[in-house]
Design a binder for this molecule. Sequence first.
Ligand SMILES: Cc1cc2nc3c(=O)[nH]c(=O)nc-3n(C[C@H](O)[C@H](O)[C@H](O)COP(=O)(O)OP(=O)(O)OC[C@H]3O[C@@H](n4cnc5c(N)ncnc54)[C@H](O)[C@@H]3O)c2cc1C
Length: 525
Amino acid sequence: MRKLEADVVVIGGGSTGAGVVRDVAMRGFKAVLVDRVDLAQGTSGRFHGLLHSGGRYVVSDPHSATECAEENEILKRIQADAIEPTGGYFVATPTDDPEYGDRFKTGAEATGVPVNEVSIAELLRREPRVNPKATRAFETLDGSVDGWQLVWGAAHSAEQYGAKILTYHRVTKIERQGDTVSAVICTDDKTGETVQIGCSFVLNCAAAWGGQVAAMADCHGVEVVPGAGIMIAMNHRLVNTPVNRLTYPADGDIIVPVHTVSIIGTTDQKAEDPDRLQISYEEVQQMMDCGEQLVPGFRQSRALHAWAGARPLVKDSRVSATDTRHMSRGMSIIDHSERDGLKGLLTIAGGKLTTYRLMAKKVVDAMCEQLGEQRECRTADEVVPGSEKHTFYSVSHRLHDREEDRLSEQILCECELLTKKMFTDLQDEQPLATFDDLRRQLRLGMGPCQGGFCSVRATGVSHDRGKIDIERATGLLRLFLRNRWIGLWPILNGDQVRQTALDDWIFEGTLDIGHLPQPAEEVLR
Ligand SMILES: Cc1cc2nc3c(=O)[nH]c(=O)nc-3n(C[C@H](O)[C@H](O)[C@H](O)COP(=O)(O)OP(=O)(O)OC[C@H]3O[C@@H](n4cnc5c(N)ncnc54)[C@H](O)[C@@H]3O)c2cc1C
């Protein structure tokens, strides 16, 4: 058994855990973060990509609206490289009640969310594809945020303050001595080794899995309800800014431009198990219909990929157990010393990716209070590594870089202008990473061809460098393609069938993928 020591163990490497480990490390604690898989592979990698201005909540959840507005400003200051500051619009389509706009305006004033009513002509000048029959429009400070970039940025910042980040470390037990937490036991899923991390405090940031993790410390009955939502990426940037319906939050009412694509979402249904989220044909059709309302002709573009994420909603006694749309999106902190008589364990869940830094501050403040320590939070003041130049990203940032200094480099993925060097540099930094791990950080295979060409090149490059043998190389390719398929099945319609057939011909016809040298066991991680 491998043994480590820390003051604080953070469980969960989504946005909340990454924010928490950064905050803990910046306050001078020796910290370790563990996640059962890669960073931001839970909900933080399966969300809509909206940097909230607060506009969405000015009527339904005023407190969250104010938090979003404040954090929107802070994140733009400290994490510019994860944000495209597009601005956004709330638009009343012909079927929406234009009077909701008055409630929206009053709510925005009351919550401090900056909004500005604009003419339909101005809206259409900025967003020419939006429904020309719209009756009202408000401009907001919504933006587009790259969850992986944000989470890795916070994690790198924590590492600079001495924190250890352990991915593929699955927590199986939280040990206690008497009434106090004493260690976290994990399995290193890459090596099979058991790891014991001695500590005096555990911060449970496992979100939709938070109840399972609390139970590992014998704190039973923590109800985090997975509120599942689906999203679909379309093959174009149909809008240049996030466009919301000007209505009380409902299904399928936002389109967000994220890098080269735009994403329609989302639904909200209670799920039983956050690891088994379903995407039904009906939900896909519902999203496509909702897209048509905002952008007529939406269905004529090609759906690229569908996925689902689970909102970690702490059960609220005021609403029915199945009504996840109306459960609070606010954050909840559970103090297990009060609830279960166990000192040194706090669970945090809820909130939004946009408010991740604030969530971290609140839970680390609560930890310091329990420890009787006075240590100030500084996460709003210091810029995260990668954002030192305060340069926001834009849809053309890779094209710009390529024209500046990368013209001599081989392109691995044309859709996302990913160069061979970007790929091999990260592979050197993270030699055990799968192609999916690299995808999340580099956007490999995330454009219109969904890996049809670049996955084969990535395999060839990886093997050619002599660092992995042929069996592992093909094993990684097969794993990558299997995972891409999960998001393709639900949307196999129209043009997507043609693209998928082309990919299949490439893999079967030119590569004979079914007969490549096989690893003795299927590569899973
Ligand atoms: C459909 C949908 C759309 C959304 N859209 C937006 C949006 O546009 N903007 C916005 O601001 N917010 C949005 N949200 C909310 C936001 O995505 C989440 O609130 C946020 O990502 C939650 O982050 P987290 O770190 O708390 O959870 P997660 O990212 O789920 O992290 C929890 C982590 O715990 C790990 N874990 C679980 N069990 C264990 C274990 N035993 N051992 C070790 N690790 C473990 C998991 O692997 C996971 O990485 C959306 C949510 C959903 C579901």
